[in-house]
Write a protein that binds this ligand. Sequence first.
Ligand code: FAD
Length: 472
Amino acid sequence: PSNNGEYDLCVIGSGPGGYVAAIRGSQLGLKTVCIEKRGSLGGTCLNVGCIPSKAMLNNSHIYHTITHDTKHRGIEVSGAKVNLAQMMKAKDDSVKSLTSGIEFLFKKNKVDYAKGVGSFEDPNTVSVKGIQGAPDRTIKAKNFIIATGSEVKSFPGVTIDEKKIVSSTGALALPEVPKKMAVLGGGIIGLEMGSVWSRLGADVTVIEFMPSVGGVMDTDISKAFSRIIGKQGIKFKTSTKLLSAKDNGKSVEMEIEDMKKNKREKLDADVLLVAIGRAPYTEGLGLEKIGVEMDKANRVIMDSEYRTKHPHIRVIGDATFGPMLAHKAEDEGIAAVEFIAKGQGHVNYNAIPAVMYTHPEVAWVGMTEQQAKESGLKYKVGTFPFMANSRAKTNMDAEGLVKVIADAETDRLLGCHIIGPMAGELIGEATLAIEYGASAEDVARVCHAHPTLSEAVKEGMMAAWSGKSIHF
Ligand code: FAD
């Protein structure tokens, strides 16, 4: 790589949006450089997000299964205990192997990697302040993609120290299992991390401002979720707001208010996880200097081809509009470079799945029933419980259901919501169906292998299309 080289494409940020855009850009013939200031590739997702959280979720689930779910299967286990340091090492090892895997993919695809902090000098030039011994450099490019991602949203008056009052990053690296943990925010990240520490032995209380947990989840699924996860021992305080939280040296002292009962109470925990969401991150990028605009929520403003005010500077992923999900960022990365290299690209925003990796998992795609109602569409609903699915029964893991929403007149699939084992894998089928404009009948008529969990999806589709499933 030349130090002051001219590039066709310069990508700023190497999260799932940025690294995928850089690789695809190079594959499409663009001379590409990717700037990253973290010291390791992969962004939030690989370093402190999707990947480490899934490592902890999987291993804490195995521990929980061994200690709570073996006897009735005919397996007697004694002496199982958590070696947290080893569990953390296993998590760190998977992060390391995946982030270095991207470095390898950059080499393989001839993407230059500029280690450092990128900042616009003018609309055609980015300066890079080198880190870890990398030299400072100036990069000129014909096209730029801003893929700088997001950061943790803080709660006014509560200082995150990443030891006792932690963000998701601190919650992924606690040195010991807290006896008591409070989680502020019942969204995906809070519920996943709450599950991890609850399974490892913490007494977890989730404080949620809204009347239900799960954010934008379909109401039926959210209700089922609270019931199932509640049985696992996590406590929910919904319609509740946090008034204050401070570290008194020994523990975190909180005051909360139940807004339904108008009642205040004190709460005490060893660790408080603040998980109230994330905000776009563009600090130090010099956007003001080049006149690229942001909205009130700090999202970089763009058009339908991801172009900012300067058409050769595009923006993708968490830094702009839409759900803050890794696969959404990746697909935008591919579409953005296709616009640059070929003049056209495409992401179907009606077919972006969301998954919560608790146990059971929750996954959905398309419209919720509330959204279908609000949009004035005539719709029909089909449901199918995993209790009636043979594979779930043989696995002794049969809590949850599939809920299908289809257009009442045309039978077109509008949404699919699953709470149950492997929901995150099962949702792929419904996503494909929505992408292809399939009807519920189309999916119901596809031959599904027996006995598999996917038969529950087929039967949910059958219930939506014809009003009746076979096994329930
Ligand atoms: P990011 O991944 O945030 O990457 C941006 C990168 O840009 C960063 O590495 C940053 O260092 C770099 N950068 C910023 N500014 C500069 C600069 N000026 N110069 C150079 N580099 C810069 N999503 C899912 O889909 N599935 C999940 O299971 C999931 N789990 C999650 C769990 C947790 C705990 C968290 C926090 C998030 C999770 N997410 C998950 C969300 C997911 O991580 C994000 O949606 C995704 O990482 C966004 O990708 P991105 O490329 O837009 O930005």
